[in-house]
Design a binder for this molecule. Sequence first.
Ligand code: HEM
Ligand code: SF4
Ligand code: SF4
Length: 385
Amino acid sequence: MYRRYLTALQRWTLGLDVWINRVYPSDLNPLYYTGGLTNLFLFVLVLSGIFIFFYYVPSLNGAHASVAYLTEQVPYGGLIRGIHRYSADAFIIAALLHLFRNWFTDRYLFARDSPWISGMFLLLFGGFVGVTGYILVWDERALVVFSELVRLMRSIPLVGERFAWVLQAGPGISDETMPRMLLLHVGPASALYVLLWWHYVRLRHPKVWPPATWVLTSLGIVTLLAAVVPAVSGTPAQPGVQPTTMWLDVFYLLPFWLAGYVPPFLIVAGIGLLFVAGFAIPYVNREDPHAMGIRHAGVAQVVDGNCTGCELCYYDCPYNAIVMVPSPYPGATRAAANRKLLAVVIDSRCVECGICIGACPFEALELPAFMESDLQRRVAEAVRA
Ligand code: HEM
Ligand code: SF4
Ligand code: SF4
């Protein structure tokens, strides 16, 4: 059932690609660059965030006033604040598109579980950074979001009270609260870059940036939005006073809107379940290679004497499983006699795909247990399907 839906969604996603490729040249199809676009918006967030950081005063009395000063008095301050706000929304939209695209096109299975799991952490941390960002403004909306966040935390059995304490930096709102919020904004935002290293480490030549056309278009859209619909604060937060009306950002603050209708524990449980399901996606319902009759091919082996150090396999392995090391001795063949480098396979990274074997022109790589008959059978099955 699940696979049937996924196949339908895959067809739909690929159909959308075909449709977009009719409008744009295919190398400009923005859906091919959802990861790069997410990365771009994150980069804009970091740059604009550093600018805002210099003016921000993390105290109950200073926070709202410092943001107002930045918006109204600092040259381009309002524009940069708007760029920060709209890039945050664009970041989440791009990250979700990226997630669904990889999901629907099966790019999360087997060796891709590593970018998938790190991606889920990126989403979790990214969402949290957005929420603390709204609180930093310390206007009436920030107060509602903060109070609801504390309420959601408290509803978690056993550890909830402790979490609420950590969030508030004490039993309630105090002078320690805003520095704590700033820490909870900047800390996880910096952690995103550690997670990104994990995200990319198993990908060969990831397209980290979109093409220049899309960089300029994306920057143009967020700048235009920031200029036309500037980011503004509400009236300063006054603990104990409830706002009459306010809007809630659908990308970050949806759970807080729901908090008006649904008990807090259900919201926390719902968010928790969504993430647990997200983390489980690469492992549920995936086909077992043994059940498919595929023989374990064994990790790729370098035939030491034949390797010339040409690096072709190093560039072609999609799983970053081959490294080039200085050759300790000459190779055995004429072509390899003067080699400077030697290919070495990192066993734990090799998924036994056999791509490097096709890449090597010197017959210096092999899959020890790979049987040609397996390959013929699978080709025949694929042709029949
Ligand atoms: C800060 C957020 C993120 C950034 C900056 C980011 C960036 C990227 C980039 C640049 C790539 C390589 C190019 C591409 O395939 O588009 C990539 C690949 C990938 N990402 Fe993300 N990503 C993020 C979040 C996520 C999330 C939330 C998921 C899913 C849970 C995810 C899953 C993947 C997977 C499975 C790949 C490998 C795709 C392949 O090998 O073809 N990413 N990511
Ligand atoms: S078989 Fe070769 S190309 Fe495939 S993962 Fe292993 S080393 Fe990389
Ligand atoms: S492609 Fe073959 S010859 Fe070239 S470095 Fe890799 S193993 Fe050695």
